[in-house]
Ligand binder design. Structure first.
Ligand SMILES: C[S@@+](CC[C@H](N)C(=O)[O-])C[C@H]1O[C@@H](n2cnc3c(N)ncnc32)[C@H](O)[C@@H]1O
Length: 377
């Protein structure tokens, strides 16, 4: 039975699904979900590119920020351990790039206890091979955040891969978008809002949605940051995601929502293209940064910066990498220059990806990642 048939069957027995229930099955059904069956979905042979696919430079720059955070959490460099938790770690490529760079500072590298948190069992299996050279540094691999963390939690493109609720503002008020069956096919259906917290959440944001507009609400992102805030004893959180501020997502500018489907490097926002093929497409939506920051601060994290990836990476030395590469005329120099340009590109990865930095029990240190200004375009 295909995932579409399974969902059609489910609507027959239990009625329509909220979009979040549909997206949960489409991405994470235990056998047929998009992320379940493969250790890696991004890259040239996959469906989309992340900053990790560009090469080792993203991880190398992230390592600069993590090393600085290590020095804040443990200034004497005397603690035996520093937890480095990657959430949504995929097959471990980003962690490998970070650890490869950390090797250059032996005391830092020696203190690291790496925890890889990843939902897909297939991706978790691949981590042992990808991180073979750093085996002694890997403290845990599993689907959940460790109970207590003293160090840094980081995630690249995690929250934007969470199942979201979708809402539509009609002349008769707010409606939730459901997925239902029509014959053997899946279609959207507008239903009264029955999901707990959804309408309250939008009311609290106080950004009236214009009639005719649609938007996503990522309640799981709020649960996740709440959980991260609770489990972090002392240290930092770094989140890198497609995202924007609430007024831009829910106000007049965001009329159609940001939900986008990716397959073989084509993207579409038109549900007719992907609704009937759950499991075949990656689905992603922009994270409401305003709500994530507010939720984090309610639960004990302090926001230390919210900025475009461009400025974050420039602060960490991206220009120096490109400058160093510019002095070399060989292929490796050209590759490095192009890679850094791709990571910084305004209108591309550089400005659609936003970075949120949080601290807990560490004061308000001036972080290198924020040294080029905390500009959110
Ligand atoms: C878009 S991919 C990003 C992978 C990797 N971070 C990168 O940058 O290439 C999102 C990853 O998050 C994982 N994921 C989704 N929800 C998760 C959760 N609640 N906890 C841990 N991992 C999760 C997915 O299985 C997938 O591997």
């Amino acid at each position: 039975m295909s995932l579409r048939e399974l969902i059609v069957e489910r609507t027959r027995t239990r009625g329509s699904l909220t979009f979040a229930e549909y997206m949960e099955l489409a991405l994470y059904h235990p056998e047929l979900g998009y992320y379940t069956g493969a250790a890696q979905q991004s890259g040239r042979a996959g469906d989309f590119f992340t900053s990790v696919d560009v090469g080792p430079w993203f991880g190398r720059l992230l390592a600069v920020q993590v090393a600085e955070m290590w020095a804040v959490v443990d200034p004497a460099g005397s603690a035996a351990q520093f937890d480095l938790v990657e959430a949504g770690a995929g097959n471990g490529r980003l962690a490998r790039d970070v650890l490869d760079a950390a090797l250059e500072t032996p005391a830092f590298y020696g203190a690291l206890r790496l925890h890889l948190v990843e939902r897909s069992a297939e991706a978790r299996r691949a981590q042992a091979t990808v991180l073979a050279a750093h085996g002694p540094r890997v403290a845990s691999r599993g689907p959940d955040l460790p109970e207590t963390i003293r160090g840094v939690i980081y995630a690249n493109e995690l929250l934007d891969a969470f199942p979201v609720h979708r809402v539509a503002m009609t002349r008769d008020g707010l409606r939730e978008i459901h997925v239902d069956a029509n014959g053997g096919h899946l279609v959207e259906r507008l239903e009264p809002v029955r999901t707990a917290c959804l309408a309250e959440h939008l009311d609290d944001l106080d950004v009236p949605m214009p009639v005719g507009s649609r938007a996503e609400v990522n309640l799981l992102a709020l649960d996740w940051i709440h959980s991260a805030a609770q489990r972090l004893e002392r240290g930092f959180v770094i989140l890198i995601d497609y995202g924007d501020r609430a007024p831009r997502l829910y106000g007049a500018a965001g009329r159609h929502g940001t939900l986008t489907a990716y397959r073989q490097h084509t993207d579409t926002t038109e549900p007719a293209d992907w609704l009937d093929a759950p499991g075949d497409w990656d689905l992603t939506s922009h994270v409401d940064l305003t709500s994530v920051i507010a939720c984090a601060e309610r639960h004990g994290l302090r926001c230390l910066g919210a900025l475009d990836q461009t400025y974050f990476l420039l602060g960490l030395g991206a220009a120096e990498i490109a400058g160093g590469a510019a002095t070399r005329n060989d292929r490796a120099g050209l590759t490095a220059r192009l890679a850094v340009k791709t990571l910084l590109q305004p209108g591309g990865l550089g400005s659609t990806l936003k970075v949120l930095l949080f601290g807990k029990g560490v004061g308000t240190p001036a972080l290198r990642g924020c040294s080029q200004g905390t500009r959110l375009t």
